[in-house]
Design a protein around this ligand. Structure first.
Ligand code: PLP
Length: 358
């Protein structure tokens, strides 16, 4: 069996086989999404998500096809004209580009790959309706801290604040008073097959969508927040959803709760420290950033001056699959996913293998 340290799709939870078999035994893929049986699954997954994330009552849980879809839905539903984007890598840039494609009036704060936002709260145009952050930029392994994101609430109380936590959830400790929307997709930290994006939105987002709709503006033909909200109150979805994915997500959330979210965070943090210490003392390989508060606990990225291709091939021969550098960094870096499904023993095994070939 290979071990996947790739930052999405990623190593799956070892219990996945058992959960898929129980879903098949219960004939989950065949049940109607209008049945009581489905409503129970939906409600149960939403409840476990609420527990994992400490989500308050005024937040709602919507299921989408992917995080990429969620970018478009947030823009369509919550922005009339003006959105702001913090861009420090390929994923945050893609969200920004989606806003441009939708012909919005886009403000962008951009730094080079490998850098981040952490010093001062920046001046944005006052008219900005939605401010978009990426907690963990998967292409670079750079985080934007919760405290930094929260600082924008005080300065821009009338703007909606969104957080892409696709490759770090449930690690970040978001203050739900200080953000309005946050989202992830399940093939990263939840160790599940791709094809399900999860979005949390508060009442302010739904009100904004209703306001836009009331003005006769387009907010989507089916995944509008007003429609999704209405259906979510019945524990249903607008369309035929990824029922199997929703079922499996509930199971993984329960496992995370069994471990304890705080315990899980501590474990991931200490696993990432092992990787960073190894890199900090290495002769040639170095973390992409030395600034500790920017170093991601879930995606560890290292510069490989001699090129990463050979190393990745050698590790693959041992059954260890790592991520290559992303976009312009391809061939120059390695990216290591330290997601919840990866154990401390597996990280130690990887470090031992890296030590041998270095
Ligand atoms: C993977 C990823 C996405 C896109 O997720 P999809 O499920 O492929 O749409 C968005 N943002 C970040 C930070 C990611 O890592």
């Amino acid at each position: 069996m290979k071990l996947f340290f790739t930052p999405g799709p990623a190593q799956v939870y070892p219990s996945l086989e058992r959960h898929v078999l129980s879903a098949l035994n219960e004939q989950i893929p065949s049940i109607s999404h209008r049945s009581k049986q489905y409503e129970k699954i939906h409600q149960s997954t939403v409840e476990t998500l609420r527990m994992v994330f400490g989500l308050p009552e005024d937040f709602h849980v919507f299921f989408h096809g992917s995080a990429t879809e969620i970018w478009e839905r947030l823009l369509e539903n919550c922005v009339l004209k003006h959105s702001a984007h913090f861009v420090n890598g390929s994923f945050s840039e893609r969200f920004y580009k989606a806003a441009c494609t939708l012909q919005l009036d886009v403000h962008v704060e951009q730094v080079e790959m490998g850098q981040g936002f952490y010093e001062k709260t920046l001046e944005l145009p006052a008219s900005v309706e939605m401010i978009n952050f990426t907690h963990n930029e998967t292409s670079t392994g750079i985080i934007t801290s919760e405290a930094y994101i929260h600082s924008y609430r005080d300065k821009y109380p009338d703007s909606l604040i969104t957080v892409d936590m696709v490759s770090s959830a449930p690690y970040p400790r978001l203050d739900w008073q200080k953000v309005d929307a946050a989202y992830f997709s399940v093939q990263k930290c939840f160790g599940l097959p791709a094809g399900l994006g999860v979005l949390f939105v508060n009442n302010s987002c739904i009100e904004k969508a209703a306001q836009k709709e009331g003005m006769g503006k387009y907010i989507g033909t089916y995944h509008s927040f007003t429609e999704q909200h209405k259906m979510s109150l019945k524990h249903q979805t607008v369309e035929t959803p990824n029922v199997l994915g929703i079922y499996l997500l509930g199971k993984i959330c329960t496992e995370m709760l069994d471990e304890g979210i705080e315990t899980l965070r501590t474990r991931l943090f200490s696993q990432s420290k092992k990787l960073y210490s190894f890199l900090e003392t290495h002769e040639r390989w170095k973390p992409f950033t030395h600034i500790e508060i920017l170093q991601s606990p879930t995606v560890v990225v290292a510069n490989i001056p001699e090129g990463s291709q050979e190393i990745l091939a050698q590790l693959a021969q041992e059954g260890l699959i790592l991520g290559d550098g992303y976009g312009p960094m391809k061939g120059k870096q390695i990216r290591i996913a330290n997601f919840p499904a990866v154990t401390t023993e597996e990280i130690e095994k990887l470090i031992a293998a890296l030590s041998r070939i270095s």
